[in-house]
Write a protein that binds this ligand. Structure first.
Ligand SMILES: [Zn+2]
Length: 342
């Protein structure tokens, strides 16, 4: 049974404006706001963030903070202050040695920065939880995947990763993605999220952690190696409460949506977590509006605990807005209210 229906929300500045938007969300059957807090928001709008969280609570909405695009390690379109302020501690291409515009989340520099970002917000804003939004290594985007072509290059080959690999395995890190490299990348990728999640629960054990990974096939022939594609390893992390998988374009086959949904629920159940599936509430809309209700019903039938959509008002007014953004927003809202029996 679906117990939470979420929408992401960004551009948070003024409490009174957020209040009007939160009321509109309530009218769209939203129970939970995924508050996308950017590094700039944290650096500049800090005084208003707790007030915005308080206002959402006052209106009966749960709030999860999403460190949106932090270090460009998480998904998202906004820029990263960490990258602006740090020339080092970036992910490095294994094949070309180039420094890339992605923070290396295996460096102590970024791990400390990220933990401080989250623990400060937990103490000051008192949200209900945190949302880890598509964390990933820069490459490969996909190994013969649905989201990209065949990839040869990979990250991270920075001095910190190379030293840690050699210390552990006793030989220099290969430039080819071997099984040891895959294992190393999976293991290290979980450290930053596990350590920060643990620190958050030490501040308040009730803080709920959702880890949302890319919705990839991860089959025998097709897999993505972005660090969180080993769903068993992610699901087994004791500090995560909700196992979530990302958006699938409406144009993709229903079987694919169903397959991802089933495997998401299966991993969540296997490790005693709640399951969450995302809906595309921006950029693209279905050819037939009835597809929204149909996919929502499929998710409900498969036993998904939570539904979430990106983003408020269908991305209206942004470059990633759906063609009929407000209609998409309304259509998702109708399905949310229906599954909540409102
Ligand atoms: Zn690195």
């Amino acid at each position: 049974m679906v117990t939470q229906t979420s929408i992401s929300y960004y551009g948070l500045n003024y409490v009174e404006h957020a209040e009007a938007d939160f009321k509109e969300m309530k009218a769209h059957g939203i129970t939970q706001v995924i508050l996308a807090v950017t590094e700039f928001d944290f650096d500049f709008w800090r005084p208003n963030i707790p007030a915005i969280v308080d206002k959402a609570h006052e209106l009966g909405l749960r709030v999860l903070i999403d460190p949106w695009g932090n270090g460009k390690y998480f998904g998202g379109e906004q820029v990263s202050k960490f990258l602006q302020d740090n020339v080092e501690n970036r992910q490095v291409s294994a094949l070309t040695g180039e420094k890339l515009p992605y923070a290396c989340f295996n460096t102590n520099s970024y791990r400390d920065y990220f933990k401080n970002f989250c623990t400060t917000l937990a103490r000051e804003a008192k949200p209900d939880g945190f949302f880890w939004d598509e964390p990933h290594y820069a490459f490969p985007k996909g190994i013969a995947s649905i989201t990209g072509g065949v990839a040869d290059d990979w990250t991270c080959y920075c001095p910190v990763c190379r030293k840690r690999f050699e210390d552990y395995y006793g030989y220099p890190m290969p430039k080819y993605m071997t099984n040891d490299v895959k294992q190393f990348r999976w293991r290290e990728a979980l450290v930053v999220l596990s350590e920060t999640s643990k620190a958050l629960k030490e501040i308040d054990p009730k803080l709920e952690i959702t880890c949302c990974v890319h919705a990839t096939q991860n089959g025998y022939y097709v897999s993505e190696y972005r660090g969180y594609d080993n769903w068993d390893m992610v699901g087994a992390c004791p500090y995560f409460d909700v196992f979530s998988t990302t958006i699938i374009n409406w144009a993709l086959p229903e079987d694919f949506f169903l397959d991802i949904t089933r495997r998401t629920v299966a991993i969540a159940k296997k490790y005693g977590k709640k399951s969450e599936r995302w809906l595309m509430g921006y950029y693209k809309q279905p050819k037939d509006w009835a597809q929204v209700a149909k996919w929502v019903d499929l998710a409900v039938a498969e036993g998904v605990d939570r539904l979430a959509a990106w983003t408020y008002r269908g991305g209206y007014g942004t470059v990633v807005g759906a063609p009929d953004a407000l209609k998409l927003w309304d259509t998702i809202g109708e399905s949310y209210k229906r599954v909540l029996n409102k």
